[in-house]
Design a protein around this ligand. Sequence first.
Ligand code: IMP
Length: 196
Amino acid sequence: MKILVATTNPGKLREIEQILAGPSIHLVALSEVPPGPEPEETGNTFAENARLKALYYAAATGLPSVADDSGLEIDALGKAPGVHSARWHGTDYAVKFRRIYEGLAERGVSRSPARFVAAVALADGDRILFETEGVVEGEIAPEPRGSGGFGYDPIFFYPPLGCTLAEVTGEAKAAVSHRGAAFRGLREYLLGSTPK
Ligand code: IMP
């Protein structure tokens, strides 16, 4: 079964490949198909954006396409950056982290509950075949720590492991992460719908 993974984010692609790749699932990266314009992420929710990206790439490439839309919700900041996580205050994570700590300080707190959410959608032609969502609950770390993972991982403290998601291996992150949960759901769907 050939499936296009509709992401240009190398961190995400690595994590998705680790979970999905297997003998009966052949993943195709966006870099392997002719380049084209990217869809605008106009949805108000992670699920809407995942759906619109999956449908867009299924139509553009003719391949069954899986897309995820994910982000970080920080309770003390009214669930920001949320669906805007990728471009919130630019793309430099040192700047993004500083704005988060400034935002917390302005509200008189140093920590806040937070969660990563990942919505995943699989489209074929003009149909959504499967969709699911994964969540991992944690809190904003007192300071950035670790160099693994990507994006906001260094400031996402995960209490059950006692460290940030940038301080664990890729396997350990996938075992507990929002993306891990969502893509394991997709994997079960795909394996269940494939003749053995
Ligand atoms: P998307 O490509 O529009 O889904 O944007 C996702 C953005 O959310 C990423 O660029 C990161 O900023 C953030 N994000 C999503 N998942 C993770 C994660 O597992 N670790 C750290 N940051 C994440």
